[in-house]
Design a protein around this ligand. Structure first.
Ligand SMILES: C[S@@+](CC[C@H](N)C(=O)[O-])C[C@H]1O[C@@H](n2cnc3c(N)ncnc32)[C@H](O)[C@@H]1O
Length: 268
């Protein structure tokens, strides 16, 4: 079963959102709480767009914090799941590579767990940032959390050998073997993951890719699109070790494997 040929939203996990939440549990809603902390520390207004919202759990957490949230994703199964399991926000289909919710419709855009890195090309990244700028009120915030491209400079620990993982979901054991490679020309991290389940089904191969964005490149492109970078660091964050918790402030380095950015739309 070839599930993703073009880097778009169809993968085994986005087609089966329950499986996504089982594979990447966040029972303490750390990602949503971290995003809310960024918004609060920088005084963001109530209207939030969660781009690449996935299962809706972060959008739901931001809604619970009192925000007026729109969750947007390209995957219909994700959106259907979000409406049922994390109600409160409005969920709509939209593409990171260019979207239009009207000018100044939001006080903040959040983009979590590497969703921004589905902008593979410079053109896609430019269209994403132009869309964010249009969507944000002057002084509005962009909060994003993703893999750090710079981590792969001089480190091969994630590339050296396939990584095995196993988890149980609805009584069936699912196994995955993941191989990561760096495509230096396209500046992409490519992933091939082969899934097998203990229910006798055919193994499924899933191909994905993420842009390898470097911290100073991100700073440059944000500035070029009329954003002031307020924070750019490798942690603590919701997916760092040790993880972020309330009261911890951002660090200054951008060396470890996650990158966190808070940028403010400059006033016209
Ligand atoms: C790794 S998941 C992250 C989901 C969520 N932000 C979270 O942190 O749990 C990436 C999400 O991006 C979505 N996605 C991928 N390409 C997209 C695109 N071009 N436009 C909008 N969403 C996209 C996928 O459907 C998926 O839900």
């Amino acid at each position: 079963m070839a599930l993703e040929a073009n880097g778009r939203a169809r993968t085994l996990l986005t087609d089966r959102p329950e499986l996504y939440e089982a594979r990447f549990p966040d029972p303490e809603r750390l990602a949503g709480r971290w995003a809310e902390d960024c918004l609060r520390r920088h005084g963001a207004g109530p209207r939030v767009l969660d781009m690449g919202c996935g299962t809706g759990r972060d959008a739901g957490r931001l809604h619970a914090a009192g925000r007026r949230v729109t969750g947007a994703d390209l995957s219909e199964p994700m959106l259907a799941y979000a409406r049922t399991h994390h109600p409160g926000p409005e969920y709509v289909r939209a593409d990171l590579h260019g979207f239009d919710f009207g000018a100044e419709a939001f006080d903040a855009v959040v983009c979590l767990d590497s969703a921004l890195l589905y902008c593979h090309t410079n053109e896609q990244l430019d269209r994403f940032l132009s869309s964010c700028r249009r969507a944000l009120s002057p002084g509005g915030l962009l909060v994003a959390e993703m893999r750090n491209g710079a981590y792969f400079l001089g480190r091969t620990d994630l590339l050296d050998s396939p990584a095995d993982a196993e988890f149980a979901w609805r009584g069936v054991v699912h196994r995955s073997v993941t191989t990561l490679t760096v495509d230096r020309t396209a500046q992409l991290l490519r992933r091939v993951r082969v899934w097998s389940a203990g229910d006798g089904g055919e193994p499924a191969e899933e191909r994905s890719a993420w842009r390898l964005l470097f911290p100073q490149e991100l700073r440059h492109v944000l500035t070029a699109h009329g954003f002031e970078v307020l924070e750019l660091h490798d942690g603590p964050g919701p997916r760092t070790e040790p993880p972020w918790r309330e009261g911890l402030l951002p660090g200054r380095a951008a060396d470890a494997d996650r990158l966190h950015v808070v940028a403010r739309r400059s006033r016209p």
